[in-house]
Design a protein around this ligand. Structure first.
Ligand code: FE2
Ligand code: FE2
Length: 162
């Protein structure tokens, strides 16, 4: 009866796991390049995506399904800071659109509770989109001077955010 919702939820788990892997990969590389503040941002966001996996998994188990825990894809080996932020922005945009579509399907299947979960995730992914979009915007406006500040600022944020 809930097979369709379970499939949608597992598809979302796969996307969230891929995001966790990708963002931790970005975290390691940005940290290595000295962009401490951006490295922290990716670590915090990866942890939020892990929280999304948990929300989705709980719903799957409630519906008596099994959580597949398979990442949707391999990590993309992107290490340039500007390209990282653009890719992350695009991933969040795609997630928000995908969850909107999934919420719509749940509504058609009269599964309001799963629909609500997807709607809440849309809100989170839109916030993630916004934070990465702002970083892309600042780099485009201020260029390398802004990026230089990212590494200087990192010393401060490390104690509080890491
Ligand atoms: Fe997410
Ligand atoms: Fe996200």
């Amino acid at each position: 009866m809930h097979e369709k919702s379970i499939a949608l939820l597992n598809h979302a788990v796969a996307d969230e796991l891929a995001a966790v892997h990708q963002y931790m990969y970005f975290h390691f590389h940005l940290d290595d390049q000295g962009y401490d503040a951006l490295a922290s941002l990716f670590k915090r966001t990866a942890i939020m995506e892990m929280g999304h996996v948990e929300i989705l998994a709980e719903r799957i188990l409630f519906l008596k399904g099994e959580v597949e825990m398979k990442a949707a894809g391999e990590v993309q080996k992107v290490t340039d800071v500007k390209e990282i932020l653009k890719l992350a922005r695009d991933m969040e945009d795609a997630s928000a659109k995908d969850y909107n579509a999934k919420a719509k399907i749940c509504a058609e299947n009269a599964d309001s509770a799963t629909k609500k979960i997807f709607e809440n995730l849309v809100g989170d992914e839109e916030k993630h989109f916004d934070q990465f979009d702002k970083e892309v915007g600042k780099i485009e406006t201020f260029g390398d001077r802004y990026l230089a500040l990212q590494s200087i600022d990192g010393g401060k944020s490390e104690a509080s955010a890491d």
